[in-house]
Design a protein around this ligand. Sequence first.
Ligand SMILES: Cc1cc2nc3c(=O)[nH]c(=O)nc-3n(C[C@H](O)[C@H](O)[C@H](O)COP(=O)(O)O)c2cc1C
Length: 212
Amino acid sequence: MHVLVVLAHPESASFNGHLARLAETTLTAAGHTVEISDLYQQEFGAVAGLADFTEPLSTDYFDLQAQQRAAVANRTFAPDVQAEMDKLRRCDLLLFQFPLWWHSVPAILKGWIDRVLAVGFAYGGVKELAGKRALVSLTSGTPEHLWDGVTLPTLESTLSHLLRGTLAFCGMAVYEPFMIGGVKQLSPEQRAQAEVDFVEMLHHLPQRRLIF
Ligand SMILES: Cc1cc2nc3c(=O)[nH]c(=O)nc-3n(C[C@H](O)[C@H](O)[C@H](O)COP(=O)(O)O)c2cc1C
C-alpha cells in the first residue's frame, strides 16, 4: 500500500519526528511505499483564506466553501494545497503523527485539514477519500492511564472531532488511535519499549480495530 505520513511538529529531532521516520523505515521494509508531509519543514500555511486560490472568485463576500468548490472544478488551488491533495489521492493509508496540544492537533495540522480537505474533494457530494484508511498516532504529556473516562475523557472521546468529525466524515475507515503518553517522563527503557510497540502496531495494522 501507499502511505502518506503527515507530521506536525516544529522540531525534527523530537520524539514525533522520530516516530514519523520510524514509520517510514518500518513500512518501507515491509514492502510499502511512504511519503511524508513534514508540515513545519514545508512551512505549510495554517490559515485558510484567499491565498489558497490562484484564481479566486471575484465576489465582495469571501465564502471559503464556494471558493473551494470552484477551485476543485477549475484546479485553481494554490500549489501547496494542490500538492497535498495529490498526495492524498495517491495514498491508501493516511497517518497523522503529532503531539497532543490542548487536547487537539497543533494548529498547523488543523490548517492542513481546513485547507486540504476541501468541500467537493473530501466531503460535500464528492468524497474522493472514501474507502481509504486513516491512523492517528500521537504523543501526550499526560500518562496514558489517566485517559480513563473519569480523570480525563477517553482518548476516542477527546479526539472525536478528528476521528469522527473529520476522518470518518470524509468516508475514511478509521483505526483505533495509537498514543504514547507521558512522553517527557519516559525512561530510556520505556521509550525504547514504546518504539517497539509502535513498530508492532504498524506490522499488525490490518488486524487493528476500526472504530469507524
Ligand atoms: C502548546 C502545547 C499544548 C499541550 N497540550 C497538551 C494537552 O492538552 N494534553 C497533554 O497531555 N499534553 C499536552 N502537551 C504536552 C505535549 O503533548 C508533549 O510535550 C508532547 O507530546 C511530547 O512530544 P515531543 O517530545 O515529540 O514534543 C502540550 C504541549 C504544548 C507545547
